[in-house]
Design a protein around this ligand. Structure first.
Ligand code: CUA
Length: 321
């Protein structure tokens, strides 16, 4: 429990739009800061004037009715002109930022196609064969195009440090440009309520230098490693026998299912179940023993495995680096 809470804590601490880490997020953060400054200025002026008027013109016993002033052109011009100029200025600036952040995607092939599922993220890299889940690698200093859609209900991509939110809708494609400034790990979460495990639909973007990213992509486009250890080999046989391959793909094997996460390089991802827990053999064992206990509502059914079979499956799957 404490482990899970610390985990949640570290995620929330890093979710801030005030630490922009992409050029798109920079634009949004600057606009937000100007808005906050303008709003604070208005708040100060209005409350300041109010307090001044209350103190200065407080009624005293025996006061006559004060002089009534109607139609002061100067005051009216300032009261209409200043808000008008502020709104107009922000309107133009906002349009500018929107153009910086959301240029039309046209027919360009995206660098990554992200598909939302209940309750995990699928990322495929067109032209490379690489498919992964939840942990999405991107290069830094390069303007990359992400394409989004959903396989079931509406989800919403949001990695606050990297810029805007983007809805993911079944049957529709949406796009986002990202130019990440620095290598690092950026956390995000699904931001549209999408069912029971919406809260456990975390995104982890790993931004890497171009050469590291290409090495990663090259590695992830390879088929799965052949199991060597006898226990892992037994696990592979059980995996196929138990029809795991109807939902999961392990490239290079008969498992070609599409509804669950691609497991070809499962063990190289640091977290499992969309950021719910670190990828460890113990967590994998718990998950295989009773998925509904670990993540209630998840589409993975409970298989009644013997303990030996679970150990073999864990040996096989945790070897998929
Ligand atoms: Cu997916 Cu909320």
């Amino acid at each position: 429990m404490i482990l899970v809470l610390t985990h949640i804590n570290t995620i929330f601490l890093s979710l801030s739009i005030f630490q922009p880490a992409s050029s798109q997020a920079d634009h949004i953060a600057t606009l937000t800061n100007y808005f906050i400054v303008a709003a604070a200025f208005i708040l100060l002026v209005v409350t300041g004037l109010l307090i001044y008027v209350i103190l200065r013109f407080k009624a005293k016993p025996g006061d006559a009715e004060p002089r009534q002033v109607r139609r002061n052109k100067k005051v009216e011009a300032v009261m209409i002109g200043v808000p008008f100029l502020m709104v107009a200025g922000f309107f133009i600036y906002t349009i500018n930022v929107m153009q910086e952040v959301h240029p039309p995607a046209g027919n360009q092939v995206p660098d990554v196609i992200v598909t939302g599922h209940q309750w995990w993220w699928e990322a495929s890299y067109p032209g490379t064969g690489a498919v992964t889940a939840n942990e999405i690698h991107l290069p830094v200093h390069k303007k990359v195009l992400l394409q989004f859609s959903s396989s079931d209900v509406i989800h919403d991509w949001w990695v606050p440090e990297l810029g805007p939110k983007m809805d993911m809708m079944p049957g529709r494609k949406t796009h986002l440009w990202l130019t990440i400034n620095e290598p690092g790990v950026y956390e995000g979460a699904c931001s549209e309520f999408c069912g029971e495990q919406h809260a456990w639909m975390r995104i982890r973007v790993v931004a890497q230098r171009q050469d590291e990213y290409e090495r990663w992509l090259q590695q992830k486009s390879q088929p799965a490693q052949e199991p060597q250890h006898p226990l892992a080999l037994k696990g592979e046989a059980i995996f196929n026998l138990a029809t795991c391959g109807n939902c999961h793909t392990i490239r290079g094997t008969a498992a070609q299912g599409q509804s669950g996460p691609d497991l070809t390089h499962f063990a190289s991802r640091t977290e499992m179940l969309a950021g719910m827990m670190p990828t460890t053999e113990d967590n994998l064992r718990d998950w295989l023993t009773d998925p509904q206990q670990v993540k209630p509502g998840a589409h993975m059914p409970r298989f009644i495995f013997e303990q030996d079979s679970i150990n073999a499956l864990v040996a096989y799957i945790s070897g998929l680096k």
